[in-house]
Design a protein around this ligand. Structure first.
Ligand SMILES: Cc1cc2nc3c(=O)[nH]c(=O)nc-3n(C[C@H](O)[C@H](O)[C@H](O)COP(=O)(O)OP(=O)(O)OC[C@H]3O[C@@H](n4cnc5c(N)ncnc54)[C@H](O)[C@@H]3O)c2cc1C
Length: 335
């Protein structure tokens, strides 16, 4: 990957990044997509996958996760390279055989070379919210999980799920046929934020002995020898603690985001959280660096998916015109 120079690199695989990948691929550009999370879909997949979206043209009503699954199918059809779990940190301009190339590096040390960049970073790189337990990071890869990617990873394991939102309830229900039962669900409040129907389903499973709900409670300690074996959970009302068998602790506490190092690339900003762009081209104050979607700012900007899709098309077509030294000439996709 490191020797290859991509035509366009898209930073952020939300709906707008995937649309940018589509438009660039449609113009036969080579595309690389970098995403800090281990999943595609940006805010839509991370924050409200179960909700329905009503205002994307062509879809009178569509489940949010379904919408981004379709964006991914469309955006990746030309074979873009996708690097998940890679937060872009630095941007550097290099001269290469008379051409200017932009070099990006990620938090894990990967380097990607590219002729143009489309930043579709939304509100910034998403990171899972972590438990406020000392030494929590040390358990990553040893039984602590922030996502459920493959259900099979939890087969016959004693699972403790932490959280009160849709994801926590969805996986308490969704792992019923995989994990060792009962699955313990720990939430710091008595009331859950998740869909009422999911909470009712979990309560019913509790009656059947297939779920154990421990609330209001918090995980205070993770214990084990090399890998996780138990967690110490404290009931926050009674202050009583109990040690619960736990091969897999799945914390589903949502995400937080930060524009991070993108704010230090010397790009002119619009306010504190957006990159200032010229809306006719979506180019930033740095030539060859474009932005689209929530992260792109200009007078009168509206942060909606539909607007971002349009901006992605403008950014990709202008990036390609710049790389190829030609006029901006969008092409119809009809075949
Ligand atoms: C609860 C809720 C409901 C909403 N409902 C609607 C609605 O009904 N209709 C509508 O149009 N809009 C809605 N929105 C807004 C919509 O979700 C956003 O406008 C849209 O997600 C923006 O897409 P994006 O691709 O620009 O950014 P995002 O979806 O935020 O994706 C950006 C991606 O970039 C990644 N990233 C950021 N920085 C880096 C980095 N340095 N390196 C690598 N990756 C990085 C992030 O991890 C993220 O995955 C809603 C938003 C919320 C929170």
């Amino acid at each position: 990957m490191s020797d290859r120079v991509h035509d366009v690199t898209v930073i952020g695989a939300g709906p707008v990044g995937l649309a940018a990948a589509y438009y660039a691929g449609h113009r036969e550009a080579s595309v690389c997509i970098l995403e800090s999370l281990e999943q595609l879909g940006g805010q839509v997949a991370a924050v409200y996958p179960e909700k329905h979206v009503f205002d994307v043209a062509g879809f009178p009503k569509i489940q949010a996760q379904r919408l981004v699954d379709l964006c991914a199918e469309q955006g990746l059809q030309f074979g873009a390279d996708v690097l998940l779990g890679e937060e872009v940190q630095t941007l550097e301009r290099l001269g290469q055989n008379g051409d200017e190339v932009i070099s990006l590096s990620t938090r894990s040390g990967k380097r990607i070379q590219t002729r143009a960049i489309i930043v579709t970073a939304g509100h910034g790189a998403f990171e899972p919210r972590k438990l406020g337990v000392e030494g929590v990071d040390a358990w990553e890869g040893k039984g602590l999980h922030y996502f459920v990617r493959q259900k099979d990873a939890f087969r016959d394991k004693s699972c403790v799920i932490v959280g009160g939102g849709d994801s926590a309830l969805d996986w308490t229900l969704g792992l019923q046929d995989t994990a060792k039962l009962p699955i313990t669900l720990v939430h710091r409040r008595d009331r859950f934020r998740a869909l009422e129907s999911s909470v009712s389903a979990a309560r019913k499973l509790e009656e059947e002995g297939k779920v154990r709900i421990v609330a209001p409670a918090e995980v205070r300690e993770m214990r084990g020898n090399g890998s996780l074996e138990t967690v110490l959970v404290e009931n926050t009302q009674t202050c009583e603690t109990e040690e619960i068998r736990c091969d897999a602790l799945i914390t589903l506490l949502g995400f937080h985001s930060h524009l991070g190092s993108i704010a230090d690339w010397g790009l002119e900003l619009h306010g504190r959280r957006q990159i200032l762009v010229e809306p006719k081209t979506m180019e930033s104050s740095t030539p060859g660096v474009y932005a689209a979607g929530d992260v792109a700012g200009y007078e009168g900007k509206i942060t909606l998916i539909t607007i971002g899709f349009g901006e992605a098309a403008i950014a990709a077509n202008n990036a390609i015109a710049r790389i190829r030294g030609e006029k901006v000439q969008p092409k119809y996709s009809t075949d």
